[in-house]
Design a protein around this ligand. Sequence first.
Ligand code: FDA
Ligand code: NAD
Length: 434
Amino acid sequence: MGRAFVYVILGGGVAAGYAALEFTKKGVSHGELCIISEEPVAPYERPALSKGFLLPEAPARLPAFHTCVGANEERLTPKWYKEHGIELILGTRVKSADVRRKTLLTAAGETISYKFLIIATGARALKLEEFGVSGSDAENVCYLRDLADATRLVDVMQTSTGGNAVVIGGGYVGMECAASLVINKINVSMVFPEAHCMGRLFTPKIASHYEEFYKSKGVNFVKGTVLSSFAFNPEGKVNFSLFCSVSGVYLKDGSYLPADLVVVGIGIRPNTSLFEGQLTLEKGGIKVNGRLQSSNSSVYAVGDVASFPVKIFGEIRRLEHVDAARKSARHAVSAILEPEKTPEFDYLPFFYSRVFSLSWQFYGDNVGEAVYFGDFSGTSFGAYWVNKGHLVGSFLEGGSKEEYEAIAKVTRLKPVIEDLSELERQGLGFVVAL
Ligand code: FDA
Ligand code: NAD
């Protein structure tokens, strides 16, 4: 059995939702487009899962955060897809792909053929087992990638009020979940191998501000070590297994932390496996050109799974952030439907986070020398990164809408910086003045 579409989006996450909206804006006929997703729900704003979804009061729930509300656009409910003649094939995993024949085979045995394919398979959470630690399947060990994970985390949190949580990993998931756990009145210890949190982006000085803030909320940081094994509760609660829930974690430094709940956020791997050996890969993702087109001209890749040329830095990068997913998806649709009118994708990397009363934005690249400004003991401060005489990156905590727009605009211009101490003296005034 099989079906044929002109356009197929493989994956039903953030990028898929934004691509669908762009298809309808640019004009697509009923029955031409389908989205195939392993998830049982229509595309939604994944960032909500570590923020509003975890709140103890008035938590965000679908259908409130279907794409594309995150960019203040229309909310695409299942009804919207129906009205626009877009086939949503949900709860369906694609198990193999043949880019020469332009077909996908689903786990249910259906062959779906396409003229143009947009790969938007995102990424999966890395498991502790991949680092030699077993026990991830215990009922109170939680990962956070999709709605099912988030729903389980909420369930476990609700039975852990007043108890102890151990958060493994000091990146985005670790930091955002730790804040949510505190808000849910759970005692939190964060364990990560680096000397400070958010090692991929923050400098020690920036990290120290957030760590101090978290400490003031009661979070205990255990740095420079990793998990060596879990301790298990002997009595099986739900499963018949004796090892159904963990009671604590043993760390490589010899210490032990009791745990009613463990959250693991130790990074992701892009879902490229269907295309390995068929498409060119680079930096762990599917390599695409400035049109988001892969090494096969009928196949495009967007979002977390795509390694694309970041023109402003003259190199191929794979980004794991929602803004890149939204914009690359729109651009790919434009490149497919209006090839002549669509220029090369010219993207300025943008990352952000919001936890507690804190909120930061980052634009560009965090290479070169960091120049700090603002009041690090107050509510608004930031940093510029200057590399080879140019401002290439900007970070701002606690900024206004106008200030964030200003740092984005100036970072894109890559202005020449002759005097670092003058930049430091001007601080935020430097971008506001330009
Ligand atoms: P995404 O992961 O959204 O979607 C991939 C889809 O493909 C999924 O539906 C998956 O089931 C499906 N799929 C995969 N393989 C398949 C197969 N073989 N068959 C069928 N379907 C398949 N970023 C940011 O900038 N700010 C933020 O605050 C946050 N917050 C945040 C919180 C949490 C909890 C997570 C997990 C992530 C974030 N992010 C973020 C990152 C952001 O959500 C991420 O960059 C985008 O979701 C990427 O969008 P994609 O569409 O590429 O993948
Ligand atoms: P991450 O890459 O941000 O952080 C991974 C962390 O895992 C590292 O900081 C390190 O501390 C730790 N680590 C690595 N190996 C480890 C090991 N063996 N044992 C213990 N710790 C180890 O990844 P994440 O936090 O898992 O986030 C997953 C994805 O979700 C990322 O793509 C991220 O961009 C995305 N996300 C983004 C946001 C945001 O942009 N605000 C929020 C949530 C999630």
